[in-house]
Ligand binder design. Structure first.
Ligand code: DO4
Ligand code: MG
Length: 296
């Protein structure tokens, strides 16, 4: 079983560890190393550290953290036909921009989470109290180093409010960015040790009250773009000194009647990358707006 890189919490400290994708971290790596160092380093740093000397068995009580530290999390959208069709459907006849962007050279890219905000395996993910139609978006996440090379993969969930997104495209930041709207993990698998992205399958399972109420699986080969092409666009005019994580879009869209509820357990599995599981909670509150809008 190939070793993957895990970010763990041990006795109050963040550490890196290695262990199989399937079973979890088993051995600590040298103290003082972080994901930031690996993505800020020269080509091959990730593999070099992963194959380097260990620093002892993983102590009991260690918990797995999101495998991102100082990295911004970005998302690409409308990279699969299924997503294009869903966006056009939810915009009730005013979704031509989705058709255009699906075919355009320049992809849709949007910032999702500032460093430190993304959730990890086992943590809660959020749905907004002021939204009524909410879905997980299980996506292949490309992890790029400071030069903009995709060096690893992990799993990402771009949790989204379809009500807000469908009402007006200018509400997209509120549909996409709020507390708990993104999780990544469980670990980083170097590109050279992962299946080719086109060989991967993404499977989503949602369990409610102990029963699997939704499951679907898609092939990453259906993506209209490649992870590296998306990252090239992302790095065109911004620098990321400690790298970045880019979720590459969803092709799993539950039927319109479906919405997430508090307590739902959402699991995404991707071939060769393991499994990311989170439970849903409601975040925020529905508040009446302050009296009156400015006139004019
Ligand atoms: O344009 C809206 C976002 C679409 C998206 O997040 C996706 O396709 O995954
Ligand atoms: Mg998405």
């Amino acid at each position: 079983m190939a070793a993957a890189l895990w970010r763990v919490h041990v006795h109050g400290h963040e550490r890196l560890a290695r262990g199989p994708v399937e079973t979890g971290p088993v051995e600590l790596l040298a103290e003082g190393l972080s994901v930031d160092d690996l993505l800020a380093g020269s080509a091959g740093t990730l593999e070099y550290v992963l194959d380097g000397p260990g620093a002892g068995d993983l102590p009991a009580g260690a918990t797995v953290l999101a495998p991102a530290a100082g990295q911004e999390i970005w998302c690409a959208g409308v990279t699969y036909l299924r997503s294009r069709d869903a966006r056009m459907g939810e915009s009730a006849g005013s979704g031509d921009h989705y058709e255009q962007i699906y075919h355009a050279d320049r992809p849709e890219l949007f910032p999702k989470m500032a460093p430190g905000r993304v959730r990890g395996p086992g943590e809660v993910i959020g749905i907004r109290a002021d939204s009524g139609w909410d879905v997980p978006e299980p996506e292949l996440a490309a992890v790029a180093d400071h030069r903009g090379r995709v060096v690893a993969y992990t799993i990402g969930n771009d949790v989204s409010s379809r009500s807000l997104e469908g009402q007006n495209p200018l509400y997209l930041p509120q549909a996409k960015v709020y507390t708990g709207s993104c999780a990544v993990g469980p670990c980083l698998v170097p590109v050279g040790r992962a299946p080719d992205h086109a060989e991967m399958r993404i499977r989503l399972t949602i369990v409610r009250d102990g029963e699997a109420i939704y499951t679907d699986a898609v092939s990453v080969a259906d993506m209209y773009r490649t992870p590296q092409d998306l990252v090239d666009w992302l790095y065109r005019a911004i620098d990321f000194p400690v790298g970045a994580v880019l979720l590459t879009g969803t092709a799993i869209v539950p039927e319109p009647e479906f919405t997430l509820r508090a307590g739902d357990e959402v699991t995404t599995e991707i071939t060769g990358l393991g499994r990311l599981r989170n439970t849903v909670e409601v975040v925020g509150a529905v508040r009446e707006p302050a009296a009156g809008k400015a006139s004019g």
